[in-house]
Design a protein around this ligand. Structure first.
Ligand SMILES: NC(=O)c1ccc[n+]([C@@H]2O[C@H](COP(=O)([O-])OP(=O)(O)OC[C@H]3O[C@@H](n4cnc5c(N)ncnc54)[C@H](OP(=O)(O)O)[C@@H]3O)[C@@H](O)[C@H]2O)c1
Length: 276
């Protein structure tokens, strides 16, 4: 699978499995674990999780899914802002490593800004990196101004910024994405299917029928065609996990891109970053 480069030079896959809402109900655990394991069998090379998801249970599900695998996927996890103090970040990371059953998280993100001072969080990230507990670090839900603040503090090592970005919410394309592309910082697009809503969008359904793919595949292919954009659709269903991976085979012509722009117009000015 195609990958992109983090500022450290490490490779990061362009498509992964999301895990938000997993681990929230014991009744659904077996189905969620099965979906993650199936995704790995199919070749998803990355999983996105967080200590917040199911209050740690999503990380446990990921840990169970990757246990004993010869090639483990690239793992992204996130620290809660209220844990993101100098000592709190290190402790949260150690708890995540334990739940995931791994020695090192490939990319560790601050889930959103607003808890501890950013200086403290970055200091902890550097400490974790030096100790080999994380390979790279980054942020999430940072708008351009936040990224500029981060750039003053992170010693050029901020690996990524995970934000809400999809066909129906294109705000980041106005200034945040170009700012990040200029600095070769990958943007991780979360909720790429607008939490499932795009799959039933009438305009997208018509265009997908023309392309010969599903609406979800077209929405994902649109993201994957953009330089420096990585995405992480979530599904707990085997069929949809497989369908979403199929986005990698969708070829977008300039005509389809133009039609997508007509159906989902690009932003004409700055829009405040949306957050779920
Ligand atoms: N950093 C942050 O603040 C933040 C915020 C939100 C999300 N995220 C990350 O991004 C990941 C993805 O975002 P998301 O989970 O919010 O939304 P999403 O991936 O856009 O959509 C997930 C929803 O769409 C459904 N779905 C998946 N594939 C489908 C398909 N092919 N056709 C129709 N429906 C489909 C899923 O249902 P089924 O499971 O039943 O298939 C689920 O309800 C999260 O899981 C999480 O890892 C990060």
């Amino acid at each position: 699978m195609r990958s992109c480069k983090l500022p450290s030079g490490a490779a990061m896959p362009i498509l992964g499995l999301g895990t938000w809402r997993m681990g929230e109900s014991g009744r659904r655990r077996a189905e969620e674990l099965d979906a993650v394991k199936y995704g790995l069998e199919l070749g998803y090379p990355m999983i996105d999780t967080a200590e917040m998801y199911g209050e740690g249970v999503a990380e446990e599900i990921v840990g169970e899914a990757i246990a004993g695998r010869a090639n483990r996927p690239f793992i992204v996890s996130k620290v809660y802002p209220h844990n993101a103090t100098r000592a709190g970040t290190v402790a949260a990371c150690e708890r995540s490593l334990k739940r995931l059953g791994i020695e090192r998280i490939d990319l560790y993100l601050l889930h959103w800004r607003g808890g501890a001072r950013l200086e403290e969080t970055f200091e902890a990230f550097h400490r974790l990196r030096a100790a080999g507990k994380i390979a790279d670090f980054g942020v999430s839900n940072f708008d351009r101004g936040d990224m500029e603040d981060a750039a003053r503090l992170d010693k050029g090592l901020n690996g990524s910024n995970q934000v809400l970005y999809c066909l129906s919410r294109r705000g980041p394309a106005f200034d945040l994405l170009p700012w990040m592309q200029k600095r070769s910082i990958p943007l991780m697009a979360y909720s790429p299917l607008d939490q499932g809503r795009l799959a039933s969008n009438a305009a997208l359904k018509r265009l997908a029928a023309d392309v010969g793919c599903t609406p979800a595949q077209l929405a994902l292919a649109w993201l994957l065609a953009q330089p420096g954009v990585v995405t992480i659709p979530k599904s707990s269903s085997r069929a949809r996990v497989k369908e979403n991976l199929g986005a990698l085979d969708v070829k977008l012509t300039p005509q389809i891109v133009a039609e997508l722009d007509r159906a989902f117009p690009p932003p004409k000015g700055k829009q405040a970053l949306e957050m779920l």
